[in-house]
Design a protein around this ligand. Structure first.
Ligand code: 4PL
Length: 246
């Protein structure tokens, strides 16, 4: 499929894991991808493999100036933005007894403040052309109440409900805004954290057995980011092998 021919897409969290996998798919299907990550070298590597006009950029999505500069650059280079996929997030593992306000703020600053900044500036550019597809990464942990990440679960609940509100605000500009809720997925980030110990428990709850990988999440994102998903907005789609059903 070549669903993104001629499209310009910004993907955050694109240096690794699900963000990288999404950037690769959009690029393979014809998009020019601006790969964004706090790890600029990783983002550049993702973009370089895609070739064409794709490029990588180091952005801390929690910093308003950096986010605004990103979209000013996209506007200057391409004059439009068609697709925005917000994957960048901090995925902590912090026991409740060790959670404090500093750690709470560290996670909320990126996962929710950062999402707001990206959607604010990104959708302001999309509006100029009356077209846009925004896909935000929530998590199925918001339904499960996954342990050792209360602040993360709170942030991802915010991602889902902000997505609903933003869909309302942007519908008049023919911009759709949806979220996906992946389950535990085998990524570099998860492998570097104690969450990797949870695969057995998670698999027990899944309707379909197996260990989720980024490629399992990508098709749902690509569909919601595609032209033909124009009648779907404000929705949340669980992509977790049926671990939770709501
Ligand atoms: C079920 O989003 O959804 C662990 C770590 N387990 O980040 C998540 C589940 C994790 C999840 C998540």
């Amino acid at each position: 499929m070549r669903r993104f021919e001629g499209r310009v897409a910004v993907v955050s969290g694109a240096a690794q894991g699900m963000g990288k996998a999404v950037a690769e798919r959009l690029g393979q299907e014809g998009a020019t991808v601006i790969a964004v990550d706090i790890n600029g070298a990783g983002a550049a590597a993702t973009a370089k493999a895609l070739g064409g006009k794709s490029y990588g950029l180091a952005v801390d999505i929690g910093e308003e100036d950096q986010v605004n500069k990103l979209f000013a650059d996209v506007a200057a280079k391409f004059g439009k933005l068609d697709v925005l996929v917000n994957v960048a997030a901090i995925v902590p593992f912090v026991k409740w007894d060790e959670l404090n306000f500093k750690e709470w703020r560290r996670v909320l600053r990126v996962n929710l403040d950062g999402l707001y900044l990206m959607c604010r500036a990104g959708s302001d550019l999309m509006r100029k052309n009356n077209y846009g597809r925004i896909v935000n990464f929530s998590s199925n942990s918001i339904f499960a109440g996954t342990p050792n990440m209360a602040h993360y679960v709170a942030s991802k609940g915010g991602v889902l409900t902000f997505t609903r509100a933003l869909a309302t605000e942007l519908g008049g500009f023919k911009i759709t805004v949806n979220s996906v809720c992946p389950g535990l997925t085998d990524t570099e980030g998860v492998q570097a954290s104690p969450h990797k110990e949870a695969f057995g428990f998670v698999e027990m709850l899944q309707a379909i057995k197996g260990k989720g990988v980024p490629a399992d999440i990508v098709p749902a994102v690509a569909f919601l980011a595609s032209d033909e998903a124009h009648w779907i907005t404000g929705q949340a789609l669980n992509v977790d092998a049926g671990m939770v059903r709501w």
